[in-house]
Design a binder for this molecule. Structure first.
Ligand code: HEC
Ligand code: HEC
Ligand code: HEC
Length: 430
């Protein structure tokens, strides 16, 4: 009896495995002769370059200081490291032999030319929304890049997560195939923003928390998430910045990388702004701002904005010399020369710390990153920079300073385990 049961169970398992492989099976698409660059119209290539900026393809496919689009960037997936691939038109190691149909299938369905399943570290769950004419332009752009020889690196994923065919199961659950469908109740500008944000720009890939299987949680869209030890803050009404993210604030931040009322784009967000959106025309950045200003309900907070600003500036004006805490001493010695502002209005070049989500957010990681590494000339505001304090301040100093800033510049609950978090972030930076 038990034997029969076991055989029955084994049969089910075998059927399940066969089922997955049947589900996963995709035909290889025939290889082509790499098309001549001259076969693509210049205007289409130029349009593709803009779209590649919106999709920020470079931040995942170009290593820092490396050759453009040759791949090899290691992405932490939470399950292991997945390496991006060479998407230059090299015939042997890149996508030179990929037809437009194969390229489109990769972006829309996450399937490679040879029929194998791609991992969702490649955000095809967003790229599936991209329209065919835009895929065509992207194809023209990538097929006219410099072909580079670069073999794919071996992923560091444990078995069975490294089995590509199993991705078919993930897709069945989490991939909603199909191009973006406009919402007829919203304006054309809003729909343009939504098309870019939900599709190519994949803002949710960092700003939406993921479930245990690594898929974005549909019940918590843009609710904020940790990404490679940074907090990508909520972009909903739950955003922790004291000042509302109005359409104009969003536009200025996404266009320039910093605003006086909200501070700078650092970490991965700096790439999104300076490497990606920098290629995108004003009208499209404006459309993205329109979309998020609707999602975050900033209009309903406009009435209380003046009071929020006055409160934050009052925090800034605390007389530091009356405070004998060790954190105050560290602030005066290390930060006040650049950040103290005795005026009533925030100044772009002296970022108001009480206005910054790095201080008011639920997690101290962004503040710690900025104190350790500073902000480079290419991040945040162009030209202006902040030095890093990794060499000058110990983990305990940074924890003390962060705790003091949190206590004196916000009315939020204290952060726990600060010193351990500083140590963890410092060691990850290598
Ligand atoms: C968040 C990181 C990320 C972004 C952004 C990204 N990619 Fe990728 N891409 C990857 C990773 C990782 C892989 C490899 C997946 C795998 O091996 O299963 C990949 C694979 C691909 C492939 C399949 C190549 C092959 O040889 O199998 C193509 C084509 C591709 N990406 C094109 C693009 C384009 C075009 C853009 C911009 C519109 C883009 N990617 C943006 C991470 C990214
Ligand atoms: C690769 C990950 C990533 C992607 C993609 C991404 N972001 Fe971010 N974003 C971050 C991180 C990390 C921060 C925190 C940066 C900092 O504190 O300087 C951030 C910060 C922000 C902020 C500031 C929030 C605050 O309260 O300080 C806004 C606004 C924002 N992102 C909008 C967007 C939009 C719009 C998109 C899509 C066009 C996008 N992000 C795509 C990672 C990302
Ligand atoms: C030499 C001047 C200087 C010093 C010293 C300095 N900062 Fe900054 N800080 C800046 C500038 C400038 C920016 C904005 C940089 C940009 O946008 O490019 C900035 C930005 C910041 C931000 C905003 C980050 C964001 O994501 O918006 C924080 C937080 C911050 N500094 C904290 C500190 C702390 C804490 C100290 C003391 C340990 C300190 N700074 C010392 C000049 C300085």
């Amino acid at each position: 009896m038990i034997k029969r049961l076991l055989i029955g169970l084994l049969g089910l398992v075998v059927l399940g495995v066969i089922g997955i492989f049947v589900l996963a099976w995709r035909s290889a698409l025939p290889p082509i002769e790499p098309p001549a660059a001259s076969s693509f119209p210049d205007a289409l290539i130029a349009q593709g370059e803009v779209l590649a900026g919106a999709g920020n393809c470079a931040s995942c496919h170009t290593q820092p200081g490396g050759q453009a689009y040759a791949g090899g960037v290691g992405l932490e997936s939470g399950f292991g490291t997945i390496f991006s691939t060479n998407i230059t038109p090299d015939a042997d190691t890149g996508i030179g032999r990929w037809s437009e149909q194969a390229f489109a299938r990769a972006l829309h369905e996450g399937v490679a030319r040879d029929g194998s399943q791609l991992f969702p570290a490649f955000p095809f769950d967003h790229f599936t929304k991209v329209r065919d004419e835009d895929i065509k332009a992207l194809y023209a752009f990538f097929m006219t890049r410099q072909p580079l020889k670069a073999e794919a690196k071996q992923n560091a994923l444990p078995f069975p997560l490294n089995v590509r065919a199993l991705q078919a199961g993930w897709k069945l659950l989490f991939l909603h195939k199909g191009v973006y469908q406009p919402d007829p109740d919203k304006s054309e500008q809003w729909n343009r923003g939504a098309y870019l944000v939900e599709g190519l720009a994949h803002c949710a890939a960092c700003h939406t928390p993921r479930n245990r299987l690594g898929a974005e949680r549909t019940d918590a869209e843009y609710a904020g998430a940790m990404i490679e030890s940074w907090l990508a803050p909520a972009l909903t009404a739950a955003n922790p910045a004291p000042m509302p993210w109005t359409q104009d604030e969003l536009f200025a931040y996404l266009r320039t990388g910093a605003t006086a009322l909200h501070g700078s784009a650092a970490g991965a967000m700096s790439d999104v702004v300076h490497a990606g959106l920098a290629k995108v025309p004003d009208a499209d950045v404006r459309a993205i701002a329109v979309y998020f200003a609707d999602i975050d309900g900033s209009a309903s907070r406009a009435a209380s904005a003046d009071a929020a600003l006055a409160k934050a500036m009052a925090f800034e004006h605390r007389d530091m010399h009356d405070d004998i805490a060790a954190g105050a001493n560290l602030y005066v010695a290390a930060c006040a020369s650049c950040h103290y502002n005795s005026g009533a209005s925030p100044l772009p070049a002296r970022p108001g710390l009480a206005l910054n989500s790095a201080l008011t957010g639920p997690d101290p990681s962004n503040l710690i990153h900025v104190i350790l590494d500073g902000i480079g000339r290419d991040d945040g505001m162009p030209v202006l920079f902040m030095p890093g304090f990794a060499g000058a301040l110990s983990d305990a100093d940074i924890a003390t300073l962060a705790a003091w800033l949190r206590r004196t510049r916000t009315d939020q609950p204290e952060w726990k385990d600060l010193q351990a978090t500083v140590g963890r972030i410092r060691s990850h930076q290598g």
